[in-house]
Design a binder for this molecule. Structure first.
Ligand SMILES: Cc1ncc(COP(=O)(O)O)c(C=O)c1O
Length: 417
């Protein structure tokens, strides 16, 4: 989209000479697709996560062409198949759920905890209790009995929304009790730290990061899957590249021919090219610098919107990667709708977005599982109240000030109090 010089985009990647040089290096090397840059990016990513906050050794990082591909591979490696149930927050991007359907498993939505944008551990457990009793996933709505998918729950995908880590202690304890695999959707969460110092994405069986254009570390499109389970990591390495096993070369031939391979599974084409890995390495090298910039912007917003306005600040904590700034509008104290607020912010040439439109109201999921808006009231409330403000490293003070002034002016003009 074309932008005027005075416009403040919703997101903008932080690309400097280091990123440009990295891409040029690969362009000039004669090797553009998966190769040594990807290997180096994976090794550096692992080193980052196992560095100061890392707890347990043995983490493997596997680069892929998107977090969506990574989530798909993660579920496949966990053995999810037709009819299995996978629990997913209703309040997330569609990738988190669609990968369940790729494998012909069923999505079971769980609401967010009040006042947060995270899967509610209590609601998660209540859903599991119903499923284990042989009831449908959702409580009674019309007449006797419950409704929604029935079957064996196999996995849960908590989403570290906006870069704030979920309550992983609670989620892991529930997952252990019910024998669930845990796949952390860490698309927003690089780098996010839990209170015990571990990095988000390294607690469950797998973690999946996104390097999409608007994310905290970007390669334009891309992702990384991390796991400590060598079997899972081996399966992902195989399946991201057509199910091709190159190790057979060592077993069946003593020549140096590198052309031989065997296909041992119907895999996918989900590899990351070297061009993007080089970009990722340059971004990774400045990940903490980018984090500090985002934190400064978010802190400026926190101070500006702290009190006196009909808005609520996003929940945060010391390990928050501050990928998003989801401001809640207290609509009962405003004489304007959320959509009109968005229109007014856009009219002031400031980018704004909504994270997320909950999945239970998306026609595909609504119709497949006979869901109504009221089934996930917290997700619905968040959706109706929230606006995401621009938050990207490189924002100038004048730009931050303008966002604050625009939002404050609208909130004050339409305030009922
Ligand atoms: C929560 C969440 N999960 C997964 C994804 C998918 O990421 P990608 O675009 O890298 O496939 C996104 C993308 O925005 C996301 O917000």
């Amino acid at each position: 989209m074309w932008m005027d010089k005075g416009d403040i985009p919703f997101a903008r990647p932080f690309i400097g000479p280091e990123e440009e040089e990295a891409v040029l290096r690969v362009l000039r090397s004669g090797w553009l697709t998966t190769g040594l840059e990807v290997l180096a990016f994976e090794a550096e990513f692992t080193r980052f996560l196992e560095g100061s906050g890392g707890r347990l050794p043995g983490l493997q990082s596997l680069a892929v062409n998107s977090a969506t591909s990574g989530l798909h591979l993660a579920l496949e490696a966990c053995g999810i198949r037709t009819g299995d149930l996978v629990l997913v927050p209703a309040y997330t991007f569609v990738s988190t759920a669609e990968v369940v359907r790729y494998l012909h498993a069923e999505v079971v939505f769980v609401d967010t905890a009040p006042g947060t944008f995270h899967i509610d551990p209590q609601a998660l457990e209540a859903t599991l209790v119903r499923l284990c009793r042989g009831e449908g996933a959702y409580p009674q709505r019309h007449g006797p009995g419950s409704f929604g998918p029935r079957g064996t729950p196999k996995a849960v995908i908590p989403v570290h929304y906006g870069g704030l880590p979920c309550d992983m202690d609670a989620i892991m304890a529930i997952a252990r009790r019910y024998g669930l695999r845990v796949i952390e959707d860490a698309a927003h969460a690089f780098p996010s730290q839990l209170s015990n110092g571990s990095w988000a994405g390294t607690i469950g069986d797998l973690g999946v990061f996104s390097f999409y254009a608007t994310k905290t570390l970007t390669t334009g499109e891309g992702g990384m899957v991390v796991s400590r389970d060598p079997e899972i990591a081996g399966r992902i390495a195989l399946m991201r590249s057509h199910g091709i096993d190159r190790s057979v070369w060592h077993r069946y031939t003593d020549t140096k021919a590198s052309w031989y391979y065997e296909v041992v599974a119907a895999g996918y084409k989900y590899n990351m090219p070297d061009l993007l890995a080089a970009l990722g390495r340059a971004q990774l090298a400045r990940a903490m610098e980018l984090l500090a910039m985002r934190r400064k912007i978010a802190a400026a917003y926190d101070t500006a919107f702290h009190d006196g306005l009909p808005v609520s600040l996003p929940p945060t904590g010391p390990g928050d990667a501050r990928h998003l700034y989801p401001l809640r509008l207290n609509l009962e104290r405003l004489s304007i709708t959320r959509d009109k607020v968005i229109e007014k912010i856009q009219a002031a040439r400031v980018g704004v977005s909504v994270h997320f439109i909950p999945l239970h109201i998306m026609p595909y999921y609504r119709d497949r599982y006979s869901l109504i808006e009221a089934d996930f009231p917290e997700s619905m409330r968040s959706f109706q109240q929230v606006i995401s403000l621009p938050l990207w490293p490189g924002m100038q003070y004048a730009q931050i000030d303008r966002v604050i002034t625009v939002v404050k002016t609208i909130a004050q003009e339409y305030s009922r109090s």
